[in-house]
Write a protein that binds this ligand. Structure first.
Ligand SMILES: NC(=O)c1ccc[n+]([C@@H]2O[C@H](COP(=O)([O-])OP(=O)(O)OC[C@H]3O[C@@H](n4cnc5c(N)ncnc54)[C@H](OP(=O)(O)O)[C@@H]3O)[C@@H](O)[C@H]2O)c1
Length: 329
């Protein structure tokens, strides 16, 4: 089968297409014919020397996949012919992932494709959309309701950010999208953003410990100075759901937003969610949290031959929205 493989060398990672035997797919009791995967920032981290996310070498990257079950043991929760998806856990970092025509996956990582979602739509959502949904659900559980005021989304033109913009807007929030890409303002408005601001405005004034109370809630996938700025400008009692680090790992904050305004920093981890909760979140992604115009979130559909270039582009912060990978079918 055709596969895109990343292999660590002395100082760099060699990436390219290879033929793999079924015996090289690794452990797992369910064999899936992969129809679609997608390109996420973490895929670039797993396939670049500096990223360091890969735990095995050689590795078939691809942290998410959707397709059809070809083999499953008797008594498993899925059967041959079922449409399924998988992401998180070790997929695409310590276990071969979605960038190959077949994947062998432990049955306990598998989610049956919810009714109403095709494999392509599931990978349009992918890990980015799933993480956006977990962020939105976390803010809702914290008490955020439509009509509460402006909700900031940082890194808004990226995969996770654009999904969060679309979901929050569709659930009635006044969404403020922060983006470093001025020319994507029109697209972000079309996804539902009420306002589009620059990255500098979202990061605010780092010389001050607190700024005017502005955000009723926030979804942050950038981290670094941006997350520190979001914390300084959250309204009293509000929360930010933080999931990413494209803007840096260190968050230079003081304790004042926490102890004077009672704000909350909620960490979002899409990798280790228990499978029952993951399945419930996908049910919501197929219903009330489904972005209304899913196709508008896809900027490119690519083949395995084009994955290498897309990984470079996402690492450089140059991709817009979601890039889906048509693997077979
Ligand atoms: N916690 C989890 O389980 C989880 C799951 C999925 C993703 N993530 C993380 O979430 C982040 C986003 O992932 P993604 O796949 O959506 O990536 P993406 O498509 O590349 O989106 C990231 C966005 O961040 C902004 N950005 C890039 N470089 C920046 C910089 N130097 N300073 C400030 N902003 C910058 C850009 O948006 P603008 O140009 O619009 O500003 C970019 O589009 C990544 O850090 C990823 O690892 C975490």
């Amino acid at each position: 089968m055709r596969a895109f493989v990343a292999e660590k060398g002395e100082s760099e990672v060699q990436r390219g297409l290879r033929d793999l035997d079924a015996g090289e797919l690794g452990e797992g009791d369910v064999l899936v014919r992969v129809e679609y995967s997608s390109v996420n920032y973490k895929d670039a981290l797993a396939t670049s020397a500096k990223g360091g996310a890969a735990k095995i070498s050689p590795l078939v990257p691809g942290i998410d996949l959707a397709g059809t079950v070809e083999e499953a043991p008797e008594g498993a929760s899925v059967s041959p012919g079922d449409s399924v998806l998988a992401h998180g856990y070790d997929l695409g970092v310590a276990h071969h992932g979605g960038y190959a025509e077949s994947a062998r996956v432990p049955g306990e990582w598998i989610v049956a494709l919810p009714e109403g979602l095709s494999a392509r739509e599931a990978m349009t959502i992918g890990t980015a959309g799933y993480t956006a949904a977990r962020s939105v659900i976390a803010l809702q559980n914290h008490g955020l309701e439509a009509g509460d005021g402006p909700v900031l989304v940082t890194g808004a033109s990226g995969g996770l950010g654009s999904m969060a913009v679309a979901m929050l807007a569709a659930t009635g929030h006044h969404v403020v999208a922060s983006s470093g890409k001025e020319d994507e303002a029109g697209w972000l408005h079309a996804l539902g953003a009420a306002e589009v601001i620059g990255r500098e405005e979202a990061a605010g004034d780092s010389s001050r410990p607190l700024e005017s109370e502005r955000w009723a809630g926030a979804v942050d996938c950038v981290g670094g100075e941006t997350l520190a700025g979001v914390l300084r400008a959250l309204r009293a009692g509000a929360a930010v759901a933080a999931s990413g680090n494209t803007g840096g790992m260190k968050v230079p904050t003081t304790v004042l937003p926490f102890i004077l305004r009672g704000v909350s920093l909620i960490g979002i981890d899409s990798v280790n969610t228990p499978i029952e909760e993951r399945t419930r979140t996908w049910q919501r992604l197929a219903t009330d949290l489904r972005p209304p115009a899913l196709d508008d979130l896809v900027s490119r559909e690519i083949s395995l031959d084009e994955v290498d270039e897309a990984l470079e582009a996402i690492l450089a912060g140059k991709l817009r929205g979601r890039t889906v990978v048509r693997v077979s079918g």
